[in-house]
Design a binder for this molecule. Structure first.
Ligand SMILES: NC(=O)c1ccc[n+]([C@@H]2O[C@H](COP(=O)([O-])OP(=O)(O)OC[C@H]3O[C@@H](n4cnc5c(N)ncnc54)[C@H](O)[C@@H]3O)[C@@H](O)[C@H]2O)c1
Length: 378
């Protein structure tokens, strides 16, 4: 196994999921590379140092440019808020590093296009961390669709529901609440949550041709954690949109941070001519499947426990019947990326593929602002 030095920028929520993935991946997958945690970067020196000690990084820094300049770093892993993705990724591409970038790729499609141009000009391996694709049940859904089991697809619907910003006391900006500050996040639930649903939908069901959306900002003003001032809230707190896919099917998507009782309820359901499938993040190891061609007397929704050796990724883990969790999707992501990198092949979703998701997000926000259908150009 060839050594592969990781330079990670951001030690928050995603910094932890990605560090865990690099630490575990070589134990479970046979890979051409063995990742080593070389340097971690984050805003606060003591926190970066403590993170390095806890997770086994060789060094730490508070200056992300040092990560890029480090000749020993092979792969730059971007786990910082959205407004920093482009600058870091473009610099990393110019330095010839492989890049994993957290989602959404950028603040908007124009910026995402610059990032695509940079990685393509440099010819570096690149991946955007839409990790839900690599939950085995979600990958199984893709296999069933590609095998034609659903037949012609009529409907794709997805929800991503949370409830953590209902209180007006939640500030915007700063550590932990940068997602409410549009200048850092780019948008609200559209870029944060619907981007996941859109990425999965484009993967499962192909391109979206037009969208019609509505958004709402329920709490118009919040204190800013950094300035201490009451400031206008510019993110979308909730977004609902419907759309047309190129394959003729209709889409229906909803996301909000105001659905009391829901913490991270990502669900999708796909209805085809012969069969339907549905999935629920809260029960991520199961895929519900209805096959109309079954004999009538026993026809009904099956609940597939996605834990068998012939299910995606599962032969790398325990024994049939034993489930894996959220963090494993990141392990799968690293395994697939390193395998593709060694073969000189792209690993989906690439920056170019994530640009398509970004275009849908932009169109959704434009549609809501202009109260009309928006066609999506390729
Ligand atoms: N794939 C997923 O399911 C998923 C889930 C959560 C977040 N995300 C994405 O991951 C990214 C990070 O989100 P998070 O929840 O981990 O955020 P977080 O707030 O938990 O962590 C952000 C990190 O960025 C660092 N940082 C901020 N500014 C910096 C700077 N100027 N220089 C160096 N470091 C800096 C902070 O020190 C912190 O370590 C976002 O783009 C987010 O959309 C993806």
């Amino acid at each position: 196994m060839k050594p592969l030095n990781v330079g990670m920028i951001g030690y928050g929520f995603m910094g932890r999921t990605h560090s865990n993935a690099y630490s575990k991946v070589s134990h479970f997958f046979d890979l051409p590379y063995k990742p080593a945690l070389r340097v971690i970067c984050g805003l606060v020196e003591e926190q970066a140092k403590a993170f390095a000690e806890k997770w086994g990084f060789q060094s730490h820094t508070t200056d992300w440019r040092k990560v890029i300049e480090d000749e020993n770093v092979d792969i730059v892993d971007i786990c910082v808020p959205n407004n920093m993705h482009a600058e870091i990724a473009i610099a990393a591409a110019k330095a010839g590093k492989a890049i994993i970038c957290e989602k959404p790729l950028a603040m908007n499609a124009a910026q995402a296009q610059e990032m695509v141009d940079a990685v393509e000009a440099a010819g570096v391996a690149n991946l955007v961390s839409f990790n839900y694709r690599r939950v085995p049940a979600v990958t199984l859904a893709k296999q069933l669709i590609d095998e034609g089991r659903l037949g012609k697809i009529f409907h794709y619907r997805a929800n991503f529901l949370q409830d953590w910003t209902i209180s007006a006391e939640v500030p915007q900006g700063g550590d932990g609440t940068w997602r409410l500050d549009a200048s850092v996040a780019g948008s609200g639930v559209t870029g944060d949550l619907l981007a996941h649903c859109i990425d999965t939908a484009l993967w499962h069901n192909g391109p979206i041709s037009s969208v019609n959306a509505m958004t709402e900002t329920f709490i118009k003003q919040r204190l800013h954690a950094e300035t201490g001032q009451a400031q206008k809230v510019s993110i979308d707190d909730a977004c609902t949109f419907f759309c047309r896919f190129d394959n003729g099917s209709l889409g229906n998507f909803e996301s909000t941070r105001y659905a009391r009782g829901h913490k991270a309820l990502y669900t999708f359901e796909i209805n085809g001519e012969h069969a339907s499938i549905r999935w629920d993040l809260h029960d991520l190891g199961r895929l519900e499947y209805f096959e109309h061609r079954d004999e009538g007397r026993v026809r009904g929704w099956r609940s597939i426990h996605v834990t068998d050796g012939d299910h995606p990724y599962m032969n790398k883990w325990w024994v049939p019947g034993l489930q894996i969790g959220y963090e494993h999707s990141f392990v799968h992501q690293v395994a697939d990326f390193l395998t593709a990198m060694d073969a000189g092949k792209p690993c989906s979703p690439t920056f170019a593929e994530a640009l398509e998701t970004q275009k849908v997000c932009d169109a959704v926000l434009q549609s809501a602002a202009e109260k009309r259908w928006i066609e999506i150009g390729s």
